[in-house]
Write a protein that binds this ligand. Structure first.
Ligand SMILES: [Mg+2]
Length: 366
């Protein structure tokens, strides 16, 4: 074994434990594309030879993908077991190994889950946070609260709840049958939170580019910080056409699989802002590449889901913008992300901040 600069011997990955849970949501989350009422999650516990455990979770969006994603991670475990605890090197060697099959979809999710667990183990082994392991300094990042597809009164009520908690931004699902309803929701939220709170809206890919241009021309003077995924996530040309046609900034990125998708979207001029998903973009290693791409175009970069991990990743993102605050998985966590005065707080966080509440994991295991 080689010794690192602290004199500590390098270690290897000993084993990977995989569990599947299906956690009901306290408040089902409605979007223009359907209702999210439960979180199917794959939990990974990666143990090093010297006894450190790195953890990660993978959100599979639908229960139908849960068992197969968990099985895939189990099948990939032998590719990291016995290997040095070196997430960047493993990221690239696994990407090479799966070049023929491709690293999108379930394969990409499984690989990202392993990458995130490897980074967590690396940081814990150094005795500090992920931010420290990445060479950064913990700092507060502004957080926005989620407003579902909850109608005029419901959206205003939820937005007000976040503002009362000190959040400086809220993001609502829209894409109602008519633009009049979209507008009514935005105006009711503005009325509820006042001018000091940023308002974003998310169409969840529900419009054609032409419909989006027609609608956004009627919304572009409402002071929105961004309009998210107005059209199909992988229609970069469509997003670019919308971006050119309207004044309001377009946001996209949560559905990019790896930094190649992000590169293609940036080349197309798809959006003004970017918000990769830590898992879909390729875990921590993928995120670091995405942060460099965003930096190269001075493009503000926000996060999607994975609040605990993203709060730290945004500390090493040169163009860090907003953290999406999602508390769906809090019951599973011993110490969910702390938010104070609308900003993240990372005091005392070790690794990527994931520790399981084992009683809840046991209750919702499938
Ligand atoms: Mg979204």
């Amino acid at each position: 074994m080689n010794a690192d600069s602290t004199g500590r011997a390098a270690t290897t990955v000993q084993s990977v434990q995989v569990r599947a849970v299906c956690l009901p949501l306290a408040n089902p989350h409605r979007t223009a594309g359907g209702v999210v009422s439960e979180s199917p999650l794959v939990l990974i516990d990666l143990r090093t030879r010297d006894g450190v455990v790195g953890r990660s979770l993978i959100f599979t969006y639908t229960r139908a993908a849960l068992a197969s994603t968990a099985e895939l991670v189990r099948n990939l475990a032998h590719l990291v077991e016995g290997e040095a605890l070196a997430p960047v090197a493993l990221h690239h060697s696994l990407a090479r190994r799966f070049r023929l099959l491709g690293t999108q979809g379930l394969v990409g999710m499984a690989l990202a889950g392993l990458d995130m667990a490897l980074w967590d183990a690396l940081a814990r082994r150094q005795g500090g946070s992920l931010v420290e392991a990445l060479g950064g300094v913990a700092k507060p990042v502004p957080v926005y609260g989620a407003v579902g597809y909850d109608g005029v009164q419901g959206s205003a009520r939820v937005a007000e709840h976040w503002a009362n908690r000190g959040f400086t931004g809220v993001k609502a699902k829209i894409g109602y049958p008519s633009v009049k309803e979209d507008l009514a929701v935005i105006r009711a939220m503005r009325e509820a939170v006042g001018d000091g709170v940023a308002i974003m809206v998310d169409y969840n890919q529900s419009l054609s580019p032409t419909e989006a241009i027609e609608r956004l021309r009627l919304l572009e003077h409402e002071g929105l910080v961004w309009v998210e995924e107005p059209t199909l996530a992988h229609d970069y040309a469509g997003h670019a056409r919308i971006s050119r046609a309207v004044q309001v900034p377009i946001q996209t990125g949560e559905n990019w699989w790896g930094i190649q998708d992000m590169h293609h979207a940036l080349m197309a001029g798809a959006s003004s802002y970017v918000m990769p998903d830590a898992m879909k973009i390729g875990g921590v290693t993928g995120w670091l590449g995405a942060a460099a791409l965003a930096q190269s175009q001075a493009m503000p970069m926000s996060s999607h889901l994975y609040s605990e991990l993203s709060a730290q990743l945004l500390c090493v993102t040169p163009t860090a913008h907003w953290l999406e605050h999602v508390d769906w998985w809090d019951p599973l966590l011993a110490a969910p992300l702390q938010v104070e005065d609308g900003h993240t707080r990372l005091d005392g966080v070790v690794g990527s901040g994931l520790e399981w509440n084992e009683a809840v994991v046991a209750e919702y295991s499938v």
